[in-house]
Design a protein around this ligand. Structure first.
Ligand SMILES: Nc1ncnc2c1ncn2[C@@H]1O[C@H](COP(=O)(O)OP(=O)(O)OP(=O)(O)O)[C@@H](O)[C@H]1O
Ligand SMILES: [Mg+2]
Length: 416
């Protein structure tokens, strides 16, 4: 695809950009430079961007989505050609990256997959999104003590900052859980004013962008004292520091500040990022003392808002009907068991009520995967102390009883 004008005697320059390598932050920067060259230096009005990438990650795709949005808003046309490998096609689809990269490829109506890329533009939208993401990861990852609360707090603060500070009131967010490696990643980004710029409004002494970002990470530093207390970024950083293999990285304007492998990395970014990208990674297997990280503050957590609403102190309730459409397979059941374990470990002093209303039938394998395995893991005394069963019909009652008894008998047999 060449762009030679009639009679032009120069070496042809393609209007096609091919991006090789991995689409991570560095891959994004390569794309950013190439797009800049084609649009600004070579003067094209439309470009085809071919993603011949080996792999792709949220910290590369999300800033690229924002950059493409900016160019399109300026009237530039960019067609994206997706990678061809089957594995990558699935990756781009399951993360819902395709419609964000090029709405013409699939239309704009969202599929609202959990753990996919989402945009948000209001606090209601953000709250709903965060609740859904928390609910989804609770069923996928087993959290060490405090990590689920830390994750919820961090996500709220970083995404909340976009609404309050970016100047554009909208952003993108993606949560990625990797149960095998015990990683949970949060990427939040906007194409707004950027941290250095907002900080300079209140603290004009910070001429370079990385120094301004560093300043924003101090406790009590806020550009909007009418609104905030300057605790969000620093609290998120403290949480990451408490968390063994945690990482925290910010790219904004010409600045980069990261907490990686237990130390700060600070440098300038080129090209500058026209907005803010915050990338946080938590190690879900490593406990976090949230109250110590947050200076003695114990945040209200999902255990109260999602599972304790309207309940007396010390009681949470999980409705099975809301967790699944059918009660027959072990995969669904394992997800519910993981969630129950996370709820119990997040609130060690609370009781969890399992509400069977609306559940007429339950398969033995399903009941075994949840309650049989929980009884073994917890031991019969803790199991009966911490779980309460509500609204079971006779059938569900006897199936649940049977599987728990069978597991206990098997266990006793093994240990005898
Ligand atoms: N997405 C963003 N865009 C632009 N500036 C930002 C963004 N996020 C943070 N900032 C800047 O960094 C400063 C510090 O953020 P931080 O979250 O620590 O405190 P705050 O939001 O001001 O107060 P609090 O979080 O206690 O409500 C903000 O005051 C703002 O100037
Ligand atoms: Mg904040």
């Amino acid at each position: 695809m060449q762009s030679l004008e009639k009679g032009e005697a120069v070496v042809p320059v393609s209007r096609q950009i091919i991006l090789y390598g991995d689409l991570n932050w560095h891959g994004f920067q390569r794309a950013q430079k190439l797009l800049h060259a084609r649009f600004e230096t070579q003067g094209f009005a439309d470009i085809e961007l071919r993603l011949d990438v080996g792999n792709a990650y949220p910290n590369g795709v999300i800033p690229l989505v924002l950059l493409l949005e900016s160019y399109r808003q300026q009237g530039r046309e960019i067609g994206v050609v997706l990678p061809e490998a089957e594995r990558l096609v699935r990756l781009f689809a399951s993360n819902d990256w395709i419609r964000h990269l090029d709405p013409r490829l699939v239309g704009t109506s969202g599929v609202r997959l959990a753990s996919a890329l989402h945009s948000f533009g209001s606090d209601e939208e953000l709250n709903e999104l965060i609740n859904r993401e928390i609910d989804a990861v609770l069923g996928r990852v087993t959290f060490a003590e405090g990590v689920a609360q830390a994750f919820e707090w961090t996500l709220n603060e970083i995404a909340g900052n976009v609404l309050v500070h970016s100047g554009v009131g909208a952003g993108l967010m993606q949560v990625v859980a990797m149960p095998q490696t015990h990683h949970l990643a949060i990427v939040v980004a906007d194409r707004g004013t950027g941290i250095p710029e907002t900080i300079r409004r209140a603290y004009p002494d910070y001429p370079n962008d990385e120094a301004a970002i560093e300043h924003a990470l101090q406790k009590g530093v806020t550009s909007r004292p009418d609104f905030g207390q300057g605790k969000g970024l620093t609290g998120a950083l403290e949480i990451v520091k408490e968390n063994n293999r945690g990482r925290f990285e910010i790219h904004s304007g010409k600045g980069y500040v990261g907490w990686v492998d237990g130390r700060f990395a600070i440098k300038s970014d080129f090209p500058p990022f026209p907005g803010t990208v915050v990338d946080v990674q938590l190690d879900t297997a490593h406990a976090i003392d949230v109250s110590r990280a947050l200076w003695g503050h114990q945040p209200v957590s999902f255990t109260e808002t999602l599972y304790g609403a309207g309940m007396p102190e010390g009681v949470m309730r999980l409705s099975l009907r809301q967790e699944a459409a059918s009660f027959g397979n072990r995969i669904t059941a394992a997800r519910i068991r993981t969630k129950i374990e996370n709820l119990l470990s997040s609130e060690p002093g609370s009781v969890l009520e399992i509400d069977f209303s609306g559940v007429d039938l339950i398969a033995s394998s399903f009941a075994d995967e949840i309650f049989g395995k929980l009884a073994i893991k917890m031991g019969v005394i803790r199991f009966s102390r911490r779980l309460r069963f509500l609204n079971l019909n006779n059938f569900c009652h006897s199936v649940t009883d049977d599987v728990v008894q069978a597991r206990m008998a098997q266990h006793v047999g093994k240990t005898a």
